[in-house]
Design a protein around this ligand. Structure first.
Ligand code: CU
Length: 476
């Protein structure tokens, strides 16, 4: 099916409120939402259909009959039980992304979390911390099966409520960016052009010109479970402050988001408050990242909040923002060229750099795994036995050396990373669990080894992780 046909199906080509009106579902209140703070949760893993648009219904695996799964709302410091029932034929793992919890409940095979057996169940019990916008998702390998792992619909928001009132907003929306029906191709589209202007200290003198392997792509996109034009618009009034919690739940690509005529006031990255909130025209999120940003609604009209890249937005990655008493086709205007920079939200470093250092050098081996590329960490493929051994209580500076021709969203489980240096700039106070390191770029993050147990590091692009882009950190 051509993209143009899909647009007709999604109703965007007609761009009519007539079609929008046919979709009564609300983004705010999915039928089986568990968006109520409580302590006992059940996640049932089973096949689901997702109606992205009236004539585009995908078949995948989800939680509790929907995708995204229910929004889990927990209270910081109050123990919870999550019962996971696996109604599929394969073992599963549910990873709680961004939480500081023990290895045996973190939800990764590499860390030793027990599997949720096929047609079986497992109970995860932990005390959620820290407060903020977290998420949960499957942590199985996909390898060459694009119906497994994070290519499926197994993901959802997990909100840890803190003691502090996060602020008063007229509306609050949770928007997960997704792609569907992935396929392998040798002509992958590169959306990472944003980082082409930054310093490239890790660029090799001689580039590897071997033919690269197959990569994963998708042409069908959504925000939550609806393609642009197929869901209910977010209805606003002039002067309202609307809080958006964005999550890039893609297994594949870095995403950008813009809303013509409006600015995103970024207050949190990966759920953690930033030292210097700032207003941005365009947001960037690597797979796994979250952004909390509020928008003052001061440009009455009917707008598309969506991806600046035309094929991505027209393929469904967007949602309509409709002001009261405004009608007509939703408008889009291209934003200025994206220039995302984590250090904008940081502050001047005031602490000396940790003296304990860890270095990770990443390289890509074109077709190192048959049809696919493989990746090495410090010249070795996974597993890594001895090189990353942490001393309890020690603060480390971990430097990522990206010697590949792609940007990578790098994630460390069970720990919080403070960005110390990126794009050749020093910063502090930006606390993350996933950091996009640009093409041939270098980034340093500081973290304290205060979570004993096995700790997984990996690229959050599923195919990269599956083919070697991961390492296990252990405590001495
Ligand atoms: Cu990667």
């Amino acid at each position: 099916m051509q993209r143009r046909d899909f647009l007709k199906i999604a109703g965007l080509a007609a761009a009519g409120n007539r079609l929008l009106a046919q979709q009564p579902q609300s983004f705010l209140a999915p039928v089986s939402s568990e968006d109520v703070a409580k302590t006992d949760f059940t996640l049932e893993i089973a096949p689901v259909t997702v109606e992205l648009a009236p004539n585009r219904i995908v078949s995948t695996v989800g939680y509790n009959g929907i995708s995204p799964g229910p929004r889990l709302r927990m209270k910081e410091g109050v123990p919870v039980t999550v019962n996971v029932i696996n109604k599929t034929d394969v073992p599963e793992y549910v990873h709680f992304h961004g939480l500081l919890i023990p290895s045996d409940v973190d939800g990764s095979e590499e860390e030793g979390t027990p599997e949720v057996p096929p047609h079986g169940s497992r109970r995860y019990q932990f005390t959620p911390t820290p407060a903020g916008t977290r998420w949960y998702h499957t942590h199985t390998m996909s390898m060459d099966d694009l119906h497994r792992g994070s290519f499926t619909g197994m993901f959802g928001f997990l909100i840890v409520e803190g003691a502090n009132d996060p602020g008063r907003y007229d509306q609050e929306h949770y928007l997960a960016l997704r792609d569907w029906e992935p396929y392998f191709t040798n002509q992958a589209m590169d959306n990472d052009d944003l980082d082409s202007t930054g310093p490239q200290p890790e660029k090799p003198a001689v580039l590897d010109t071997r033919q690269p392997g197959l990569e994963v792509m998708a042409d069908i996109f959504s925000i939550n479970d609806k393609a642009l034009g197929a869901g209910t618009p977010i209805r606003v009034k002039p002067g309202e402050r609307v809080m958006f919690h964005f999550l890039n739940a893609s297994a594949i690509e870095i995403r950008h988001i813009a809303l013509p005529g409006h600015k995103f006031n970024v207050t949190g990255l990966d759920g953690n408050p930033v030292p210097t909130p700032a207003a941005m025209d365009v947001l960037m999120l690597g797979p796994g990242e979250r952004i909390d940003a509020w928008v003052e609604m001061n440009q009455p009209g009917v707008w598309i909040l969506g991806a600046p890249e035309d094929p991505v937005r027209e393929g469904g990655l967007g949602i309509v923002i409709e002001y009261a008493n405004r009608r007509g086709a939703p408008q889009w205007m291209p934003p200025t060229k994206p220039s995302w920079d984590y250090t904008v939200f940081g502050k001047v470093p005031s602490q000396p750099a940790p003296t304990e250092r860890l270095d990770m050098v990443f390289e890509k081996v074109p077709r190192g795994a048959g049809k696919f590329n493989s990746f090495t960490v410090n010249g070795k493929s996974y597993p890594h036995e001895q090189e990353f051994v942490l001393k309890q209580g020690t603060r480390y500076r971990l430097t990522f050396h990206n010697r590949t021709d792609d940007a990578h969203p790098l994630h460390v489980h069970r720990h919080q990373l403070e960005i110390a240096e990126i794009y050749g700039k020093a910063t502090s106070g930006v606390i993350k669990d996933t950091v996009v390191v640009p093409t041939y770029g270098r980034a340093s993050v500081d973290f304290t080894a205060d979570q004993p147990g096995l700790t997984l590091f990996h690229c959050h692009i599923q195919q990269h992780m599956d083919y070697g882009f991961k390492a296990l950190l252990r405590y001495a």
